[in-house]
Design a protein around this ligand. Structure first.
Ligand code: ZN
Length: 328
């Protein structure tokens, strides 16, 4: 059970987690309830604390630290720095560079890069989450614009949706609305929500995109897409399909549009181009996961995001729990 209170600023966070001992205690109390320390190797209960601060299991004889099995395992970096880094990384809406993080927590850039890499693993999308209801699907292409390249570097026939120099990313946004009544005026305001799943795709053919949709979107859902021919292969017995014909300058069909997924693409591009400047194809999955996490938690405050990071860092919360709390 995680007990510590909300932090609305970095000042409040560092005042609370002022020493590594306090960080360790928070991890211990959150991992093991009522002081019952459980052995991570054999599951034995009531392990005892040794003089050096480690624990000993009576059942299997293992000695272990409170950090075993967390992202902090074997770290030589002070936990206080890890905690500040988790706060900074999760609250910067467009991400944070390793150079900036190194300055903020007084480490070398190499150490900051390592921390960023570790914390990013907590952003991983949970592939067991299935979207339903109204789901907007779309693809975008990441890669160099041919018009900006030197003549000798240009690749022929790479305009538009060609995948010769660009990598397609496929996105699905479950969209829904809620209403909020202003207590004073009685006015009803409509609030739009979305929950995104995005994946790097080999190409934008039906044989690639349709299986992704069938894996991540529940049958009986309504799929909203543009007029890309690949989407024509959607099975009408499984999905209700709405086309929004962008080529014909049509952007809304009844109450349907692709604005939810396009909002995510705008967010993704801002993060990639303004914070990271360049994203290697090999690491693209990680950047997609990070952007999806930030987008799906955009209604949360810094404190909620830190708590979620902390829970994941010690292996307490799965992404699907987060999804349920969003949709509720
Ligand atoms: Zn044991």
């Amino acid at each position: 059970m995680i007990r510590f209170s909300k932090f609305s600023s970095i000042y409040e966070l560092t005042s609370y987690f002022s020493t590594d001992e306090k960080c360790r205690r928070a991890i211990r109390d959150s991992r093991w309830e009522n002081g019952d320390v459980i052995c991570p190797y054999c599951g034995g209960h009531h392990c005892v604390e040794r003089i050096d601060g480690r624990y000993r299991c009576h059942k299997c004889g293992s000695n272990f630290s409170v950090l075993v099995g967390t992202i902090f395992e074997n770290t030589k970096i002070p936990l206080v720095k890890w905690f500040i880094a988790m706060y900074l990384i999760s609250c910067h809406k467009k991400g944070i560079s390793s150079v900036q993080l190194a300055t903020d927590i007084s480490t070398t850039q190499k150490t900051a890069w390592y921390i960023l890499h570790k914390v990013r693993t907590l952003f991983r999308q949970d592939d067991s989450v299935v979207l339903s209801g109204n789901v907007e699907c779309d693809e975008m292409y990441l890669g160099g614009r041919e018009t900006n390249k030197h003549e000798w570097k240009k690749t022929a026939k790479t305009q538009g949706r060609s995948t010769k120099t660009k990598t397609p990313i496929f996105g699905m946004a479950m969209v829904w609305k809620t209403e909020e009544v202003n207590r004073r005026t009685g006015e009803v305001k409509e609030i739009r929500h979305s929950f995104v799943n995005a994946k790097k795709a080999k190409d934008a053919r039906a044989t690639t995109l349709i299986p992704i949709i069938e894996k991540f979107v529940a049958e009986g859902s309504t799929i909203i897409t543009d007029e890309l021919s690949a989407y024509c292969s959607l099975n009408p017995e499984k999905y209700n399909h709405i086309f929004v014909r962008h080529g014909a300058k049509e952007f809304v069909v009844g109450s349907y549009s692709t604005n939810g997924i396009e909002g995510f693409w705008a967010h993704f591009k801002r993060m990639v181009f303004s914070t990271y400047h360049f994203v290697s194809k090999d690491y693209l999955d990680r950047y997609i996961d990070e952007s999806v996490y930030r987008y799906n938690t955009k209604e949360w405050d810094e404190s909620e995001r830190f708590l979620d990071m902390f829970s994941k860092a010690i292996g307490k919360v799965q992404y699907k729990d987060v999804k349920i709390s969003i949709a509720a």
